[in-house]
Ligand binder design. Structure first.
Ligand SMILES: Nc1nc2c(c(=O)[nH]1)N[C@H]1C(S)=C(S)[C@@H](COP(=O)(O)O)O[C@H]1N2
Ligand SMILES: [Mo]
Length: 459
């Protein structure tokens, strides 16, 4: 079956064909055009980008007209070289890579953000991922002062402050302790930040790609604190400090730590953390915005009050309509996004499609996801795919037969506390429009009559 046909159409329903556009057209040549045109609000920006990408020769798969079912049947009779010849021996460089046909599935830097070598962000290709786990090589990156590949033999973690015996751990000492493995999402507080200003970035990668989900392995922080003889009565907060030049320091309340949920992690998806994600040691703070997940973790200090560091007093704060700044809003509230169909993709014809997306909440499990294809007038409840885990991405799916008319596709998640993801109107009523951080509003994708999908904001 051609890879751009949806394989799961119920019997008797005409299958729609989807051009998986974003990773194909957002090559280096095309991306700037797309972004600039999107900002100007030009309706034809996707076509323009396609032309650019095709001219650049980087979009062979996208530019090829999707084969009809008839052509597919003829193709099955041909014996290709891989059915008649000898395949390749084992992969010899010792570490496997994705297929060469998947080369366009990449992390990308937003053309709308200033890039420097040291202060940077790359976005995960949300529209190209399946299930809930982000492959480590596609995990988003956010570096305040560049990343390092730190020698684990040299790395140390100090535990000090309100403890009986301050301790300095080597990696070997940490890795021999009892460990746990847990799946959690990490989302930068600035994820979806551009939408506050209604920039309407072109794809789900740029609107929601400061989000990833991994299986993390490590030692509960409480274990290390107890080994140092922590004052668990007087100690109310810890300060977590990273070893890179950003002086990344964040306050974490002890209530999260005594419950065992905060991990000092070295493992990510079955192997050691990637250097860009904090190798050899990072803090995992489930449900809390990414900035608290301190990478290259070198020190934990126990204290009796919040530390009010630069990264919590003046950064990651929310400018409210009354002009005051809201601080310490670290929990990532319930949120969701449809990843198919999403901005930049093209529905080639009407018929059956699987609407698919991700939902998550910093307060627990996702309870329910509703999907609308008419801009929020009617809602249907989507299927939550298992496993549904605490403070973890949850995949949802819903059958849809597109009638070829314009449609506005949205998802609205609810978590186990009963909190419902707000519309832009509801969010702006409380938060105004001057924030950068903590935007969890309902995302809208407009499927146009010609099949092109674009990012729109409806109130
Ligand atoms: N030491 C250190 N820790 C850090 C950062 C950093 O720049 N230095 N960036 C923070 C921010 S803002 C985020 S969103 C996450 C990003 O984690 P990732 O790069 O693994 O995706 O790490 C956090 N921890
Ligand atoms: Mo962040």
């Amino acid at each position: 079956m051609p890879d751009d046909q949806i394989p799961c159409a119920p019997a008797g329903v005409e299958r729609g064909r989807l051009r998986k556009a974003p990773e194909n057209f957002l090559d280096a040549a095309g991306v700037r055009t797309v972004f600039a045109e999107a900002k100007k609000g030009r309706r034809d920006f996707i076509r323009g980008a396609f032309a650019a990408a095709v001219a650049g020769g980087a979009a062979a798969r996208a530019s090829a007209q999707a084969p009809s079912v008839g052509e597919g049947e003829a193709a099955i009779l041909k014996l290709p070289a891989h059915s008649t010849g000898l395949g390749q021996p084992v992969v010899t460089d010792g570490y496997g890579r994705p297929s060469k046909y998947e080369g366009n599935v990449q992390r990308r830097q937003s053309p709308g953000l200033t890039q420097t070598n040291q202060a940077s962000v790359s976005f995960a290709p949300m529209q190209s991922l399946f299930g809930i786990v982000t492959p480590s090589g596609l995990h988003f990156e956010r570096h305040h002062q560049g990343w390092w590949d730190i020698d684990p033999a040299q790395h140390r973690l100090m535990i000090n402050g309100m403890v009986k015996t301050p301790k300095v751990f080597t990696m070997d000492e940490i890795m021999r302790l009892p460990s746990v493995s847990r799946f959690h999402f990490i989302e930068c507080g600035a994820n979806t930040g551009m939408e506050w200003g209604n920039v309407a970035v072109p794809t789900a990668q740029y609107s929601h790609g400061m989000l990833s989900c991994s299986e993390f392995t490590g030692v509960p922080l409480i274990t290390l604190l107890e080994m140092a003889g922590a004052d668990l009565k007087g100690g109310k907060f810890v300060l977590a400090e990273g070893a890179d030049g950003s002086s990344m320091t964040r306050t974490i309340p002890m209530s999260m730590i005594t419950s065992g949920q905060v991990l000092v992690a070295y493992g990510q998806n079955g192997e050691m953390l990637r250097p860009e994600n904090g190798y050899p040691l990072r803090l995992v703070v489930p449900g809390i915005q990414g900035v608290s997940w301190v990478k290259y973790l070198r020190r934990i200090e126990l204290g009796d009050k919040p530390y009010a560091t630069k990264d919590e007093a003046v950064h990651y704060i929310d400018l409210m309509p009354d002009g005051q700044h809201r601080q310490y809003t670290s929990i990532q509230e319930c949120k969701s996004v449809v990843t198919t169909p999403s901005g930049g993709q093209v529905l080639l014809d009407k018929g059956f499609y699987n609407i698919s997306g991700l939902a998550w909440s910093g307060r627990g499990k996702v309870k329910k996801v509703d999907v609308s294809v008419d801009g929020g007038r009617n809602w249907r409840t989507a299927r939550l795919e298992s496993p549904v885990m605490d403070r973890c991405l949850t995949r949802f799916n819903l059958d849809w037969v597109w009638d070829g008319k314009p449609a506005i596709v949205q998802s609205r998640a609810m978590d186990e506390t009963g909190y419902v993801q707000p519309s832009y109107k509801q969010l702006r009523a409380v938060r105004g429009s001057r924030s950068i951080y903590h935007n969890n509003a309902i995302q809208s994708w407009l499927v146009q009559e010609n099949g092109e999908v674009k990012n729109v904001q409806v109130s």
